[in-house]
Write a protein that binds this ligand. Structure first.
Ligand code: PXL
Length: 362
């Protein structure tokens, strides 16, 4: 007997053949008569056979396996600046979102002139264009989570805050970007104030790096050469202050420290709980945009329905792998390999092995 697999929309093309077929159902269809007496196959009967995504039929001596389309990916909206070198910002976010089996949609807050060597110019977008873009996207897509990156200035913050407050979208992850790794300011002082006042309350998680956390809470900057234990104490204190100024849940990242440490500080029924995640620090020049990738990955895991501790753990593992798989690109601080998983062999699925059988027998 020959096995034929039909996937997704191909089903429609196969309708004429299948509808004239006497069927013997072997598996996967709860609704069909057990004696295989169903002889006429139409779209409805197919649909009713696919609650678990699969059904198998005998037809003219062929065993036909029907595999339903995979469910639609969660839609993740990223609101961020454009880095033309795609190490950080919106184009890096879209790669990260794709790497996490989500569908990325985007609203650009600012254009930048930059490369791996640094940021040279910033051109904030018109807040009216931002507001219109966000409303258009939100009326068209069911958004499962939102990632917020570079916001540039106060007017942009106000437009984004107005939208998020009105729409009350789920799982808002705020990366409160203040500066580029090369030291350029990516948010003006008025924007910083408004971000705390208006975006902290709508964010499920605020995910600054340690320097941003200290700056936002007006704590003294970390001294160079401090021990891992001292850095963790700093992170704990900064997280407590961030809760005090309105952040429900906080992840303070410290990838630049001696050990790559992240601190999750979240509000549980018993009060604030803190969990430390540690990894070895990698010696690499491919670290541009790690914050963007980490916070976008977090938004994806939340969109998939994972809890915060698991989302942090998985996002951290993703960043480590994206750094260790990165190619040295550009002449400065290069990008991660956001899509490193594309080069990894996929687990062979049943469908592939069945297709191979068809091939070898013909
Ligand atoms: O890595 C922070 C960042 C985020 N977003 C954009 C950037 C940068 C750093 O340069 O340009 C657009």
């Amino acid at each position: 007997m020959t096995l034929v697999s039909i996937e997704g929309n191909l089903l429609l093309l196969a309708q004429p053949l299948l509808s004239s077929c006497p069927l013997a159902l072997s598996s996967g269809c709860q609704n069909a008569p057990p004696d295989g007496s169903q002889t006429n196959l139409n779209r409805q009967s197919f649909a009713s056979c696919l609650p678990n995504g699969e059904a198998e039929f005998l037809c003219l001596g062929l065993s036909i396996k029907v595999v339903g389309m995979a469910p639609a990916p969660p839609v993740v909206l990223t609101i961020a600046g454009f880095d033309p070198s795609s190490g950080a910002g919106i184009s890096a976010d879209i790669k990260t979102i794709a790497a996490h089996d989500c569908y990325g949609i985007a609203c650009i807050t600012a254009l930048t002139v930059q490369s791996t060597r640094g940021v040279w110019q910033i051109l904030p977008m018109d807040p009216k264009v931002i507001a219109a873009t966000l409303d258009e996207l939100a009326s068209d897509f069911d958004i499962e989570s939102v990632h917020i990156g570079m916001l540039a200035n106060e007017d942009v913050v106000l437009a984004v805050a107005e939208f998020l407050t009105r729409r009350a979208l789920p799982h808002v992850v705020l990366d409160p970007i203040l500066k580029s790794s090369s030291g350029s300011a990516l948010l003006d002082p008025g924007g910083i104030r408004r971000m705390v006042q208006q975006l902290f309350p709508v964010a499920e998680v605020v995910a600054p790096n340690l320097d941003e956390a200290l700056a936002l809470t007006r704590l003294p900057p970390a001294e160079s050469g401090e021990s891992t234990a001292q850095a963790v104490d700093h992170m704990r204190e900064a997280a407590r202050h961030l809760h005090a100024i309105g952040a429900a849940n906080v992840v303070v990242t410290g990838g630049h420290l001696e050990k790559a440490i992240d601190l999750l500080s979240f509000t549980a029924s018993r009060g604030v709980e803190q969990e430390v995640f540690k990894a070895e620090r990698q010696k690499s020049t491919s670290t541009h945009g790690t914050g963007c990738a980490f916070s976008s990955a977090l938004a994806c895991h939340l969109a998939h329905g994972r809890g915060l501790p698991e989302a942090v753990l998985l996002s951290k593992a993703y960043i480590s792998a994206a750094i260790s798989n990165a190619h040295p690109l550009g002449h400065g601080t290069g990008p991660l390999h956001h899509l490193y998983r594309m080069n990894q062999p996929r687990r062979p699925t049943k469908i592939v092995s069945e297709a191979e059988q068809v091939h070898s027998r013909n």
